[in-house]
Design a protein around this ligand. Structure first.
Ligand code: FEO
Length: 388
């Protein structure tokens, strides 16, 4: 992989993870990258690293510019191991390098991962580090995506090294936004926001206020492409993603054993269609929950159906609800439905899980025993129409 000089003396020396297809549960059909940035100044500085098993590739990339032993500072914007995993290997090479991390959560995290023996330096939000003709300013962005997160801003170059913020799980040999299909990278940025950052919308909005106050030529995240020609665009997208104001849209998610719950799902779809509400319908047998969540992000109505299997909801539905609860989407109206043979416990269980997601329950769950009749399906459609 050729090294990209993003501004004079500043290089992306990170790696592309072309074949990654699952990032702890998030499907990554376009792979990902771990971007790391090398600044050549009086003090040679590396901003973030890569996953541990890419350490050698990172060292090789750095070696194309400078001997890794000469690195003076390693800025760790974020402890998560996709960005810190190569720190021990680098510290082994660059014996005098100082690892700069946030106070208090960065240092706690790095020590827990790599022990206390590394050469750490802690910085608070707003502190500066002069590395020669440039300086670096550290700004805390807690919970975007862990408590330790910070971003690093270089005012002389007007570059924001934003770590997870504005990233995308997207591998590309061409690293600038304008060298890629904009619709695709916005789509991946939305999926990334939804599945990684969504629980922290409030913190994201605070971070955005800080970012908007900076003079920025380049946003250099730690995943995906580097934003240069579409900075306004990605900032506007983040404002939209994080505002927690739903659109008049619906998501219907179900799994079905003998198509009865599926028939109910499609009657519900008919109700939304008659009300001219944009609706997305997903069968959990063939759809990935991290893709479904992208549609949940801005939808007002979340309708979830499961038949009853051995006194429980189907495991696919349980997985969706567990995942959704963790991502904590805001301002949703929800409804449970499903068919059953005798016990029928699943529908109440789905309803309880939707309550735990802090969603406003639209009505009592809709249950049908065995196979819904034409009349029952029409009744479901009318009921839903009356609720929306
Ligand atoms: Fe890309 Fe939260 O790590």
């Amino acid at each position: 992989m050729s090294i990209l000089e993003i501004k004079k003396g500043i290089y992306n020396v990170g790696v592309e993870d072309w074949n990654l297809r699952n990032f702890h549960g998030y499907s990554t059909s376009r792979g990902t990258s771990y971007n790391a940035y090398l600044i050549i100044d009086d003090k040679i500085t590396l901003i973030d690293t890569v996953k541990k098993h890419f350490s050698e590739e990172l060292l090789k990339n750095i070696s194309e510019i400078v001997d890794p032993e000469k690195i003076d500072y390693i800025i760790s914007n974020h402890v998560e191991m996709d960005h810190s995993g190569a720190i021990p290997c680098l510290a082994e090479k660059a014996k005098n390098a100082i690892i700069v991390t946030s106070d208090p959560n960065g240092i706690k995290g790095l020590e827990a991962h790599y022990g206390k023996k590394l050469n750490y330096m802690v910085v608070k939000s707003g502190e500066e580090l002069t590395i020669g003709k440039r300086k670096l300013v550290f700004v805390a962005t807690p919970m975007v995506h862990w408590p330790d997160n910070m971003v690093t801003y270089c005012p002389e170059e007007k570059i924001l090294f934003s770590n997870d913020a504005f990233g995308q799980h997207y591998a590309s040999n061409l690293k600038m936004d304008y060298e890629n299909n904009l619709e695709v990278i916005y789509e991946e940025a939305k999926k990334y926001y939804t599945n990684i950052v969504m629980p922290y919308g409030m913190q994201t909005r605070k971070a955005l206020e800080i970012v908007k106050s900076l003079d920025i030529d380049i946003i250099a995240p730690s995943h995906g492409v580097i934003w240069k020609e579409n900075i306004k665009g990605i900032l506007e997208k983040y404002e939209y993603f994080s505002n927690d104001i739903p659109e008049e849209e619906a998501v219907i998610v179900y799994d079905s054993m003998w198509n009865s719950t599926k028939k109910m799902a499609f009657s519900i779809l008919d109700a939304f269609t008659k009300k001219r509400i944009k609706t997305y319908i997903f069968d959990l047998k063939v759809n990935d929950i991290s893709d479904i969540m992208v549609k949940v992000l801005k939808a007002k109505y979340i309708i979830v159906g499961s038949p009853t299997l051995n006194n429980n909801m189907l495991p696919t539905v349980a997985a969706l609800l567990t995942y959704m609860r963790g991502l904590a989407p805001k301002n949703k109206k929800a409804l449970a439905f499903g068919s059953f043979g005798w016990g029928g416990q699943s529908i109440g269980q789905v309803n309880e899980e939707l309550k735990k997601c802090n969603m406003e329950i639209m009505a009592d769950p809709i249950k049908i025993q065995y196979i819904p009749t034409k009349e029952q399906l029409e009744e479901i459609e009318k009921t839903i129409q009356s609720l929306i």
